[in-house]
Design a protein around this ligand. Structure first.
Ligand code: L34
Length: 294
């Protein structure tokens, strides 16, 4: 049996159409379009391409979108001042600082500096705290995208055994948390595996839904996956270049092997990546609505 491919590209397209409709209503009724600023420090090629993609989608959806590129050697104080400027700007509803930041800048300080009402990445501790206790807040884009993919492709999470591989602040911790909450797309029994987990396969083999954000290419192989499992691959690894100089990508899951065992699987590229970008747009619309008290 070959798994059904869960297309992030297709689901993202569907959500973007919903957003487009919302934006035109907002524009018509209130004369306001969502404003998003993406701040990029330095020129890390992966970050450059992700931020470009975010700007392109924001633009396509009719947002007021601003790309603010800063040199690698910007000081922490200068970056904090820049964030404060956008905190004060009423045309900017959402602020995103692309991670990772250069080593001389304290990431925690930067994330704290963003007004939680404009924190469309959901990384500010106020939003993280609200998420954990199940209050309305901005959900971090990648976990939010994974939830939407599961819901919209009809994957039952309630009562399911979910195994999350990876414990990062931006994926592993929040997705594990959301999946066990009492909510749509939640109510699962969740296990988190990480680099100190003993006998990883003994856990992953139990998963009805396996979510992999390990950060290493193809670490999940077919022998670690239960027959019929749903596999969500969050990894994006650059494993080489084509003769034309384009990056060759692969996930954290050995797609070719695992697709013969899983009932459904997300591809890389075209899986979680496009969903991450789309949920950022969704959060920005939400921020704009809140600013209008809608
Ligand atoms: N602040 N930093 C902040 N917010 C985020 O949400 C991110 N992330 C992660 C890295 N740093 C961040 C992203 O935007 C990862 N990430 C991200 C977003 C989009 C894609 C991948 C990672 C994406 O669109 N991937 C495409 C392939 C793109 C390519 O060709 O490189 C895909 O189809 O998977």
């Amino acid at each position: 049996m070959s798994a059904k491919i869960i297309s992030g590209t297709q689901i993202a397209e569907q959500i973007r159409n919903e957003i487009k409709a919302e934006v035109s209503v907002m524009k018509e009724r209130h004369g306001v379009v969502p404003g998003l600023v993406t701040i990029l420090v330095g020129e890390n090629p992966a970050s450059v391409s992700y931020v470009k993609a975010k700007q392109a989608v924001a633009h396509k959806l009719g947002f007021n979108s601003i790309q603010d590129s800063q040199p690698e050697d910007i000081s922490e104080d200068q970056l904090l001042a820049l964030i404060e400027k956008y905190n004060q700007d009423p045309l900017v509803h959402g602020i995103l600082v692309q991670l990772p930041l250069p080593r001389h800048i304290d990431e925690g300080k930067v994330l704290y500096a963003i007004n939680p009402g404009k924190d469309v990445d959901g990384f500010h501790p106020v939003n993280v705290g609200k998420m954990v206790i199940g209050e309305p807040c901005f959900l971090p884009c990648t976990p939010y995208g994974i939830l939407e993919m599961l819901i919209r492709s009809g994957v039952e999470t309630s009562g399911a055994e979910v195994v999350v591989v990876g414990r990062s602040n931006i994926v592993g911790k929040p997705i594990a948390n959301l999946l066990f909450q009492k909510r749509e797309g939640g109510n699962a029994t969740v296990t988190i595996c990480h680099t100190r987990t003993r006998d990883m396969a003994s856990h992953t083999l139990k998963a009805d839904i396996l979510i992999v954000a390990a950060g290493h290419p193809r670490v999940i192989t077919a022998d670690m996956v239960k027959e019929g499992a749903v596999v969500i691959d969050v990894g994006i690894n650059r494993i080489g270049k084509t003769p034309e100089g384009k990056a060759i990508l692969c996930g954290d899951v050995d797609f070719d092997g695992v697709k013969e065992k899983a009932s459904a699987i997300t591809p890389v590229p075209g899986g979680v990546g496009p969903m991450t970008i789309t949920m950022l747009m969704k959060n920005t619309v939400q921020a704009a609505k809140q600013a209008l008290s809608l």
